[in-house]
Design a protein around this ligand. Structure first.
Ligand code: 26W
Length: 815
């Protein structure tokens, strides 16, 4: 917590404006105002940031190839507790703080759930006072911006660093690190010892850019360190003596510069499909090597004992993307520290922990041996040795060769990164109860049977400061009025809201707040798309990446069914609904793009049909991301969490919606299971196949979508609409979607669940008519959402994984 008076702030702001831009405030641009404000805030926190200590406690390093931060200004002001004085001060200077907040760039250095989770974790680590830092990549281009042209997704590069530098970053050239690619590795004898020599490698410089992560009203300022790849500068301190020799031709120099800079150029836009690209492998090793070397350097600088690294440092790998942390740490311990294999291994597996985020087979990373051997010769040698030893362990324990093959790290010319992670870490966790059970009982069964003690569940969470306090200030205010401030640091206190579940005055307020948030979203939709949505209609929202398993298509089929009903019976009494979508498709994911086109075409059809008379609206909001989520989620009445059961590892928007009082429409998948455990089926809407049923279909077959299609005429009608011209402006996309459902037997059971979904939607619609019942349900949802704060999640990671058996565990043992 820092304090600054309005008067002091104004002076500070003015002198900063002079020193940075030599301009009077009233002549400066919005952008300059923002830069000056950020600079003032960085000054205010500078001392705390520097004070972050290393030698007193264990430090956590969270490696993630994505961090989806969202805008920082508002949350920094909130966490520092200086919003009011700064707002007032700026006002007197003729500057509107809200304008500055809105004009900040939203760094999209992530795809979806995994990247946003990493950002929520950073916020929580700082806020619970944990010394936990992030390592990632400073992509020059973040996730593409999405535009619709004639209803189709078009990707526009996200050139977010237009000003050259990011508002909140501090570059530290003195801490740059050398990362080596390719070359030749061999052993040489030096003074009787064998030394690993790496020659002719391609040197790449990793330049660190630090972003402060400010804890909520405490003294913590942690660091997110993002690496940019560059050609080594002339004054680069680290030796490149054995590096590849560039003859100095102009062309060669250009190629080399390109080689180095390409690495941190752009975020891969896939969030479920592993593509096996060489550049991706370069990215993975680049940030892992820079991070591990950075940790090592800091460790040595503090003269700490290398034999105790695992007692002082916890390294967490967010999915398998940073899996090379394992061989990289081994490399340092073996080649630089000269430890024995056994000791290096012991330290490594006691330092590294791993989270799995998906059970989808196509998302599992497997790198070709030949690719890794050439790009990372020394790292490959170490992986090979790990595999050799692991196989001999497995062979000593099991005789089932199939099992051993499944568990092998290298198999069929590929390196299985999940297997490497499991074999080389002390903790493997899933991200929701069901997901962890599926890992243990199905996907990673062999490993669970072998080392059950490594496996544990850590149900995801969300930064409630961003997703409730900052995104929904009116609701926050109401909560504080009712139960006091404590919930802000202890979200379990939200439970006290249940005392008001029969207080009609409170329920009315809740209704009013939701309405106000809906008006804000309606205004945005009007401004952007000239679509007039009625804030009195039910706002039914599905926002997340577009993927067949998330089943935006199921939602659409229900919309089409409703549409037909209205056409058949124009006087039908239906609760007016606005269906809102937001979703980016991976650029190479053709079916997902077709689904976008189909939804947009249906939206056009319905929104422009006078017979519908405002009963139904469909809006697909372009370019869904963190900033839009902050506008959309507080305005939702209904949260669509309708993935094919077993496929969504956790989901996190389900938690954000719940915390903002939306009612969940869900399959019992991911963390929806836990929402259900908390509030019961009477406070949400459930439908669809159970996990057992899905697993059973997957194993034994027995599902035929075409049979269903022929027996259910209502369903047949909407499926046929995809190809019979009923939906205008739809070409081959309709056929593609149709084929996925009929020709390819509907892999995700959309048609199988359609009827039950329709039933649940009908019930929901009925309930909405009873205003108090609906708002009571909404209140109960908010009251029980406290467990989904990422503060809870991060304390569990601390207690059960990073600090287990450590002194500072005490602090995180209070749950
Ligand atoms: C190699 C390509 C690739 C890239 C990203 C494969 C997989 C991923 C991520 C693991 C996908 C992802 O974001 N998974 C989501 O993680 C969230 C946080 O745990 C969960 O809430 C979501 O259910 C899960 O889909």
């Amino acid at each position: 917590m820092i304090t600054i008076s309005k008067r002091k702030f104004k002076q500070y702001f003015e002198s900063k404006m002079y020193s940075l831009y030599a301009q009077p405030i009233n002549e400066a641009s919005n952008e300059q105002h923002l830069n000056v404000l950020a600079s003032v805030l960085k000054d205010l926190i500078a001392k705390k940031w520097v004070d972050t200590k290393i030698d007193t406690e264990k430090e956590v390093y969270y490696f993630s190839i994505e961090f989806l931060l969202g805008r920082q200004l508002k949350s920094n002001l909130l966490n520092l507790g200086v919003e009011n004085s700064i707002r007032e001060g700026l006002k007197e200077l003729g500057i509107n703080l809200d304008d500055l907040i809105q004009s900040e760039v939203d760094p999209a250095l992530g795809n979806g759930g995994l990247g946003r989770l990493a950002a929520c974790f950073l916020d929580s680590m700082a806020s619970v006072g944990m010394s936990g830092h992030g390592y990632g990549i400073r992509y020059k281009y973040g996730l593409f911006k999405q535009k619709f042209v004639n209803g189709c997704q078009v990707e526009v590069p996200d050139n977010w660093l237009t000003q050259g530098n990011y508002l909140w970053e501090v570059v530290r050239p003195n801490k740059a690190i050398l990362v080596k690619f390719e070359g030749d590795v061999y052993l040489e004898e030096h003074d009787g010892n064998l030394k690993v020599i790496h020659k002719n490698y391609i040197p790449v410089m990793a330049m660190p850019y630090d972003i402060p992560i400010i804890g909520y009203r405490n003294n913590s300022v942690n660091t997110l360190r993002l690496w940019k790849s560059e050609i080594p500068r002339r004054d680069f301190g680290q030796t490149t003596a054995n590096a590849k020799n560039y003859s100095g031709s102009y062309e060669e120099a250009l190629n080399y510069k390109y080689y180095t800079e390409e690495i941190s150029q752009v975020l891969y836009p896939n969030d479920s499909n592993y593509a096996g690209r060489l550049l991706r492998l370069k990215q993975e090793y680049f940030f892992v090597s820079a991070g591990i070397q950075d940790i090592y350097r800091k460790y040595k600088k503090h003269k700490l004992n290398i034999h105790e690294l695992h007692k002082k440092v916890a390294i967490h790998i967010n999915d398998t993307h940073p899996a090379l942390c394992v061989p990289e740490l081994m490399r340092i311990l073996l080649d630089i520290e000269g430890l024995s294999w056994d000791e290096a291994w012991n330290i490594t597996i006691n330092t590294i922990s791993y989270t799995n985020h998906t059970i989808m087979a196509e998302a599992m990373e497997k790198w070709p041996v030949e690719m890794m051997k050439k790009l990372l010769p020394r790292i490959y040698m170490i992986v090979e040795e790990i595999n050799k030893r692991y196989l001999s362990y497995l062979n000593s324990k099991y005789s089932d060769q199939n099992k051993i093959r499944r568990m092998s790290i290298i198999n069929n010319g590929n390196i299985n990164m999940a297997n490497l992670c499991i074999a080389s870490s002390y903790s493997v966790n899933g991200v929701a109860k069901l997901h962890t059970t599926l890992l243990e009982k199905e996907v990673l069964k062999d490993f669970y049977d072998d080392t059950p003690y490594k496996f544990n569940n850590k149900t995801n969470g969300i930064a409630h400061r961003r997703w409730l306090m900052s995104a929904n200030p009116e609701l926050s205010g109401l909560i504080t009025n009712l139960i006091g401030e404590e919930w802000k640091t202890d979200t379990f206190k939200l439970k006290e809201l249940e005392n008001y579940k029969n207080d009609n005055h409170v329920l009315d307020r809740l209704d009013e707040i939701k309405y106000n948030n809906k008006v804000l979203l309606s205004n945005y939709i009007m401004d952007k798309y000239d679509i007039d949505v009625d804030p009195n209609s039910i706002f039914d929202v599905q926002v997340k990446r577009l993927h067949a398993y998330k089943r935006q298509l199921l939602n659409l089929i229900n919309i089409m069914t409703l549409y037909h009903k209205i056409l058949d019976n124009p006087d039908m009494d239906i609760e007016p609904r606005t269906f809102i979508f937001g979703a980016k498709a991976a650029p190479g994911y053709y079916l997902a793009k077709c689904i976008i086109k189909v939804i947009n075409s249906v939206a056009d059809l319905i929104n422009n049909d006078p017979r519908v008379r405002g009963k139904l609206k469909v809006v697909f909001i372009e370019n869904y991301g963190v900033s839009l989520a902050e506008l959309i989620i507080p305005a939702a009445n209904v949260s669509e969490q309708i993935s094919t059961t077993t496929k969504e590892a956790s989901g996190t928007s389900n938690m954000k919606f719940m915390m903002n009082g939306a009612i969940t429409m869900a399959t019992l998948d991911g963390a929806n299971v836990e929402i259900h455990e908390l509030i019961g089926k009477e406070n949400m809407f459930l439908f669809g196949l159970t996990a057992e049923e899905v697993l059973n279909y997957n194993k034994n077959g027995g599902y035929s979508s075409i049979d269903l299609y022929h027996t259910d005429l209502g369903l047949k009608q909407v499926v046929d609409d995809l190809i019979n011209g009923f939906i205008p402006n739809l070409g081959k996309e309709g056929r593609e979607v149709y084929d996925s459902l009929i020709t390819y037997n509907d892999e995700y059971f959309v048609l199988r669940d359609a009827k039950d979904y329709e039933r649940a939607q009908r019930e929901l619609s009925e309930l909405y008519k009873k205003k108090y019942d609906w708002n009571r349900m909404s209140l109960i949802n908010i009251a029980n959402s406290g467990v989904f704060s990422s503060d809870r999640t991060i304390k569990e990671y601390g207690r059960d994984i990073w600090f287990r058996g450590c002194e500072i565990n005490e602090e995180f043992n209070k749950l």
